[in-house]
Design a protein around this ligand. Structure first.
Ligand code: PAF
Length: 295
């Protein structure tokens, strides 16, 4: 396939965005949206490709690049979060993106921190939400705002941030937002490490150690046919062999992040999720499992 050569249109303000999207809507084009915080990598590129597949050649693919202060807690990496706009625009061009929305903070939050925000509910109290209080309130609030500004037919999110994906689906369903949420599989390095903008923080030794996260998950998948206990123990055994990996959680839940039933029937879909600090960088990963019944 020939690489697209046309640079995407870039909107910095809501008005510019509305004008560009108004043209698309008057053509009856479907709009597929990929919200990002920039520092784009091959995983983001695959989300853009997925959005294109969904809307077709006549549709419009819109990407937003906005490092959302509302989802960072005190002491987190808001100030040092990588900002690589020129390279990001090049990635968008390569992927044939039509419009890139790059607002500044005042454009998204003109009155400062919003008074009305999205309450993510109890699912935001567990896993990432437990260690990052306020994080999902910030994520859902900005995603709802971006949905309001872009008004996409569909939006693509990576499974890499699985709890985020589940919460966004939940918000869309509970608030009846007219957007189809498409989940896209995690993109991995050849050794299994899930792609993440935060992988840039890893020094070579930590990068080597970080592969323990995906190994742990794949060990569980390999043992999943023998049931929940065996799968979890296989993951824990793999984890015990990892050096320099400070585990925060390792859990198997149902696909909606709820508890699995006490008696698990053969063929039960599940999700294994892990979070750990490696050389000072917090990493997360997850994988789908199909559990066998206990033998
Ligand atoms: O996944 C991300 O990059 C962010 O959480 C998102 C969805 C763009 C909201 O800021």
């Amino acid at each position: 396939m020939m690489e697209p050569t046309t640079a995407p249109a870039v909107a910095h303000t809501r008005d510019e965005l509305a004008k560009l999207l108004g043209e698309a809507r008057s053509d009856g084009a479907r709009v597929g949206f990929v919200p990002t915080m920039g520092a784009l990598h091959a995983g983001h590129a695959s989300l853009m490709g997925r959005a294109r597949e969904e809307v077709g050649a006549d549709g419009r693919v819109v990407v937003s690049i906005f490092v959302n202060p509302l989802q960072f807690g005190p002491g987190e990496d808001l100030d040092r979060y990588p900002r690589t706009l020129d390279a990001d625009l090049e990635t968008c061009r390569e992927q044939g993106v039509d419009v890139v929305f790059v607002p500044d903070v005042a454009e998204v939050y003109p009155g400062g921190d919003p008074q009305v925000t999205i309450d993510p509910g109890p699912l935001a109290q567990v896993l990432e939400g437990r260690v990052r209080p306020g994080h999902y309130r910030g994520v859902l609030t900005v995603v709802a705002k971006l949905f309001g500004l872009v008004q996409p037919d569909l939006a693509v999110f990576g499974e890499k941030d699985y709890q985020q994906l589940v919460l966004i689906r939940r918000m869309v369903s509970d608030l009846c937002l007219p957007v189809d949420v498409v989940g896209a599989e995690t993109h991995r390095e050849p050794d299994g490490l899930a792609l993440s903008s935060r992988n840039r923080y890893l020094d070579p030794e930590s990068r080597r150690r970080a592969v323990a996260l995906s190994r742990t998950l794949f060990a569980a998948r390999a043992a999943a046919a023998w049931g929940y206990d065996v799968a979890l123990e296989a993951a824990r055994a793999e984890q015990r062999q990892a050096h320099g990996v400070d585990l925060d959680y390792l859990v198997i839940t149902d696909p909606e992040l709820g508890e699995l039933p006490a008696a698990i029937p053969e063929g039960t879909p599940a999700r294994i999720l892990i979070a750990a600090r490696v050389g000072g960088t917090r990493l997360i990963d997850n994988l789908g499992l199909v559990l066998g019944g206990a033998h």
